[in-house]
Design a protein around this ligand. Structure first.
Ligand SMILES: Cc1cc2nc3c(=O)[nH]c(=O)nc-3n(C[C@H](O)[C@H](O)[C@H](O)COP(=O)(O)OP(=O)(O)OC[C@H]3O[C@@H](n4cnc5c(N)ncnc54)[C@H](O)[C@@H]3O)c2cc1C
Ligand code: FES
Length: 386
């Protein structure tokens, strides 16, 4: 077709030309009226391009008694990720959608499925749901991948990876992708994998196979066999386990105690260390809490008493408020809502944010609810309350 044959805006008096896709959509919309076409498509084709990003659980594979890998078929708009990155997932638990963050653990897969590996923590709402109750066929919400806990390009010649418990998850994603390369990368890798016991070590057998094949040197530490790892110990600490650690680019992911010790160790020697934390570092000392009002624009409101150590996000969710959230550790800003009045305290550094009606403007002051707690009475605006 030449350009002269194309209908132009206004030339026909019928508005802009409609593509074949738009015309088909118009026919489909008419066919499903009074239902909304997107609602109908969500039932039959929820992973289609252009829909809210979701994933279908295709497999739940137990890894240990308390951990499982969920293999997911992501929606067509999934962008792909860099190994080491994480994804936010939205899961409906007892009728409430809760968002949590999980590292991507898959290697390259011909079926383009992705995976996360979840460890159920005591009283953990979402982790227990995913590990013990999620079933193949169920849908979950997905965000696009994020995170900068990734290997550099080009790769260093020597790597030190230190992981504790579920902190192995971003690292297994890196390793699986490295080892599945057509031209294997020439990297000398030491993996120090710390766990409470052998039976709780996620990916234990796979890591041992990689070690047996000469792809990495695996140093396993089990608290029940070896005692708690003392990173600075002259005979049993990090320097003894990895004598050439000064020459290795280091990555660490695991519980706060292990990461704090690693950071202190590397800082004191002027060595570079990249860390990924699953929880924010908060101050030991917190202040007074207060009465928190979660109010929606439609006038609905919920009021709770919160102490000065409880994140506003947790206080709201516990009261049944539909809170926006994401990483829950101050990184993604998925939990930001306007503070209309009162004061909140940043649990990481004690900084207090205050909103005074009439002085702070009609928008209020945006605050991250996952790392702020009440510092006296305060009022937050939430899109909708449950
Ligand atoms: C970047 C990033 C990557 C992550 N990757 C993974 C992963 O690959 N696998 C994985 O299992 N988890 C991962 N997490 C942790 C995960 O997002 C959730 O925090 C965890 O599953 C707990 O959620 P929950 O709903 O079960 O617990 P909640 O119901 O939110 O909390 C229950 C109780 O446990 C405490 N708690 C919350 N989180 C933790 C935690 N991580 N460790 C110990 N206590 C906690 C809470 O303070 C509360 O007292 C990651 C977190 C981040 C920020
Ligand atoms: S939930 Fe990510 S910053 Fe608060």
């Amino acid at each position: 077709m030449t350009s002269a044959a194309l209908p132009r805006d206004g030339a026909t008096g019928r508005g802009p030309a409609r593509t074949l896709r738009q015309r088909l959509r118009g026919v489909a919309e008419a066919a499903v009226t009074p239902l909304d076409l997107d609602d109908v498509l969500d039932v039959f084709h929820p992973l289609r391009r252009g829909a809210d990003l979701r994933a279908r659980i295709v497999e739940v594979r137990p890894e240990t008694a308390e951990a499982a890998t969920l293999v997911l078929k992501p929606g067509r708009d999934w962008s792909g990720h860099v190994p080491g990155q994480y994804v936010r997932v939205g899961v409906d638990v007892d009728g409430v959608r809760l968002w949590r963050t999980y590292s991507l653990t898959h290697g390259t897969r011909p079926d383009r499925h992705i995976s996360i590996t979840v460890k159920a923590i005591p009283d953990g709402v979402v982790s227990n749901h995913l590990v013990h109750r999620a079933k193949p066929g169920q849908m979950i919400q997905l965000a696009q991948p994020e995170g900068d806990f990734v290997l550099p390009d080009p790769l260093p010649s020597r790597l030190l990876l230190v992981t504790g418990g579920s902190g192995i998850t971003p690292v297994i994603g890196m390793l699986r992708n490295l080892f599945s390369r057509r031209n294997p990368a020439d990297v000398d890798i030491v993996l120090l994998h710390v766990n409470a016991s052998a039976s709780s070590a996620i990916f234990r057998d796979e890591l041992r196979r990689h070690a047996a094949a000469g792809r990495l040197r695996l140093v396993e530490r089990f608290d029940d066999r070896d005692g708690l790892l003392d990173v600075e110990h002259p005979e049993h600490g990090l320097a003894a386990l990895v004598p050439d650690l000064d020459e290795r680019l280091a990555y660490g992911c695991g519980p706060a105690g292990l990461l704090d010790a690693l950071e202190a160790h590397h800082e004191s020697r002027g060595l570079t260390l990249h860390t990924e934390r699953f929880r924010p570092v908060v101050l030991g000392e917190t202040g007074e809490g207060g009465t928190v009002t979660f109010g929606s624009a439609d006038g609905e409101g919920v009021t709770v008493e919160a102490d000065g150590a409880t994140p506003l996000l947790d206080a709201g969710e516990s009261a049944g408020v539909l809170m926006p959230s994401g990483c829950r550790m101050g990184v993604c800003f998925g939990c930001v809502v306007p503070l209309r009045s009162g004061a909140v305290r940043d649990l990481r550094n004690g900084a207090v944010t205050v909103a005074v009606p009439g002085e702070t403007g009609p928008e209020g002051v945006p605050v991250q609810t996952c790392i702020n707690a009440a510092a006296g009475p305060c009022s937050l605006e939430i899109g909708a309350t449950r």
